[in-house]
Design a protein around this ligand. Structure first.
Ligand SMILES: [Zn+2]
Length: 208
């Protein structure tokens, strides 16, 4: 997803649950995952290339850093870890076909409204056809250049990131579902993380 959407998802999910300072730190770590050094050899940051297990493991590795950091009063490290794990969790909906599988269960024209998206339906989370976009470099890069996109897309396979992603509104109506699902998922990740903390640690984490 583009930076602006990652930040919007954080705002909508945990925007009122943490201080402005904490939200800023979480947001900075979240979007830093899309810097160039996080784009190569880090499928687990973005649920790319069918790296489902590695991405789930990456989320848990980061979650495991949070409580010890807060126990030693290091809020910055805790926010950075939550920023990283929230990025990965949000990218699941933009980079996998989860939402295409989910919406296919409804007859055409009968899809539930965006706010009713089920972001955690086990049927589709564990679906035999669940896939995420593959990165075919260097063509994948050229597909990001608006003037070249229409020439490059036909050259890329249908299982490519360029075809499958819901990173921006231009990718179609499912983009709105991807945002709504990512908001719900970020909320879940927040609650799951908070459940590991004591009162004092929660106060440091939320910065209230
Ligand atoms: Zn990403």
């Amino acid at each position: 997803m583009l930076k602006t959407y990652h930040l919007e998802i954080l705002q909508q999910s945990i925007g009122k649950k943490v201080s402005g300072h904490a939200l800023e730190a979480i947001g900075a770590a979240n979007i830093a995952q899309d810097a160039i050094r996080g784009q190569f050899g880090h499928d687990e940051y973005h649920f790319d290339n069918n790296a489902f297990d590695a991405s789930y493991a990456y989320i848990e590795e980061n979650r495991a850093l949070i409580q010890p950091a807060l126990a030693s009063g290091d809020a910055e490290s805790a926010w950075a870890a939550f920023g990283r794990l929230s990025h990965t969790a949000q990218d699941f909906y933009a980079h996998s076909n989860y939402l295409r599988l989910w919406i296919a269960q409804f007859d055409e024209g009968n899809a539930p409204p965006v706010r009713e998206v089920d972001h955690a339906d086990p049927t589709f989370l564990q679906h035999a056809e669940l896939r995420s976009g593959k990165l075919y470099y260097p063509l994948e890069f050229l597909a990001y250049i608006p003037a070249l996109k229409k020439y490059v897309l036909p050259l890329l396979p249908k299982d490519s990131h360029a075809h499958m992603n819901l990173d921006m509104p231009e990718q179609g109506f499912l983009f709105d579902y991807a945002i709504a699902a990512a908001v719900k998922r970020t909320d879940d990740e927040w609650e799951k993380t908070k459940a590991l903390l004591n009162e004092r640690e929660i106060a440091i984490f939320t910065d209230f």
